[in-house]
Design a protein around this ligand. Structure first.
Ligand code: URA
Length: 416
């Protein structure tokens, strides 16, 4: 087998054989295929696609490139959630302890933010002492003792995806449905969860900009999970407006704790409860009421134990930014649009995100929203507050927000 014939086949729209796929994924993981050759193949896949058989085989080969975790020793059924990423998407933080409080075990292997989208691990690392990297034994220990664990995926899990994802990130080949679906599902299947709920985001702040693309991605991932014996369901949710009222690491932890305390923005509470119900259903738990577990403090108890078990202090004050700048409404009326992508880029430029994988992030940086689409604003009232430790970053963030919102005439009805 040689890689050039594989690249030529995909370039000329000939479906890859099972043997070609197995060999390619294995050879790339071993370092026998060069990055420039894999980039050419990834671009050919992006342009010419893959059929369902090819995607299923590619996913299986990525799973086989590493280890698989086994949660069969746990007394509870396992349930996991994956979001395809967005702005202000802190849902994993309240969701994992909530679903654990309802009786499932939630192994939430999460990632870091890249570009304009935030990452769950970056958010949790703003809690003093909290540790993202756990050994497999520690992961099982925290999961067994608290019911939920949120941590980094170990190096042994789908190593082919780690290498390929880093390459796609720098070669303009992220936005290919076969590659996104196989990347996400290889990690989730190797992780060993029994059930999985996918939150497939759609809109300006998401990878998938149209409902059609989001639906195709969702259907592909559900069929991959189902074929591997994981009970998988998907929700399509909007990502044209940021979720909640914060985008940025410590700011989002603060908002998540508000949700766990029974408050928080309505859209965050609503999505947390919807995903919790689907996760419990998929895990076969039919008698729990997540709204009650949020209201009676049980979810908060699990959160505190989960954070402490990973070295964090749930009572420690969260970092606050050295500098803030408030942007005010230029006119009186109804906020009719607040663009998720622009707010995400602003948070990123303030220091909440990174441009390269190895960059540090600022725990306290980000954007706080004072109004959401549908709200009435008056000229001069606060619209957004920008937070950063580096004052010079305000200019770039304000630039990103240049056309981030529209204000319609007073009394206009806005579809939110
Ligand atoms: N998240 C992943 O894990 N992989 C992708 O390809 C895109 C988003």
């Amino acid at each position: 087998m040689d890689v050039i014939s594989v690249i030529r086949a995909k370039r000329d729209r000939t479906p890859l054989t099972d043997a070609q796929i197995d060999w390619t994924v294995d050879a790339y993981t071993r370092g026998a295929i060069a990055d420039e050759q894999m980039s050419a193949l990834a671009m050919a896949i992006l342009l010419n696609g893959m059929d369902r058989r090819e995607i299923a085989r590619w996913t299986a080969a990525m799973i086989a490139s590493g280890e698989r975790l086994d949660f069969s020793s746990l007394a509870r059924p396992t349930a996991d959630k994956h979001s395809t990423g967005g702005v202000g998407d802190k849902i994993t933080l309240p969701l994992a302890p909530l679903v654990a409080a309802c009786g499932a075990a939630v192994p939430q292997l999460s990632g870091r933010g890249l570009g304009h989208t935030g990452g769950t691990l970056d958010k949790l690392e703003s809690i003093p002492g909290w540790r993202a990297s756990l050994s497999n034994a520690e992961l099982l220990d925290v999961l067994g003792s608290t019911g939920a664990v949120i941590c980094a995926a170990g190096d042994g899990l789908a190593p082919a995806d780690k290498k390929l994802y880093a390459l796609r990130d720098v070669t303009g080949t992220v936005e290919a449905i076969p590659l996104i679906a196989s990347s996400i599902m290889s990690k989730k299947i190797a992780e060993g969860t029994g059930s999985l709920v996918l939150d497939v985001k759609c809109g300006t702040g998401a990878f998938m900009k149209t409902v059609e693309d989001a639906r195709e991605l969702a259907e592909t991932m559900v069929s991959l999970g189902t074929d591997h014996g994981v009970r998988t369901v998907a929700l399509l949710t909007g990502m044209s407006t940021p979720l909640g009222l914060t985008a940025g690491n410590a700011l989002e932890v603060r908002e998540s704790v508000e949700v766990l305390a029974g408050g928080g923005p309505a859209d965050v509470v609503e999505l947390t409860l919807a995903l919790a119900r689907d996760m419990l259903e998929a895990a076969g738990i039919h008698d729990a009421d997540p709204a009650k577990k949020l209201a009676d403090g049980s979810a908060m108890d699990v959160w505190r134990r989960m954070i402490s078990a990973q070295g964090g202090d749930p009572d420690a004050p969260l970092p606050t930014a050295r500098h803030t700048h408030t942007v005010t409404a230029p006119a009186t009326g109804v906020l009719s649009r607040l663009d998720a992508y622009d707010v995400g880029v602003a948070a990123w430029r303030l220091g909440a995100g990174r441009a390269r994988k190895e960059d540090p992030v600022q725990a306290a940086a980000g954007v706080e929203l004072h109004a959401k689409p549908g709200d009435t604003v008056t000229e001069g009232s606060p619209l957004l507050t920008l937070h950063t430790d580096t004052e010079e970053r305000f200019a770039g963030a304000l630039d990103a927000l240049g056309s981030a919102w529209d204000i319609a005439a007073p009394g206009t009805t806005v579809d939110t």
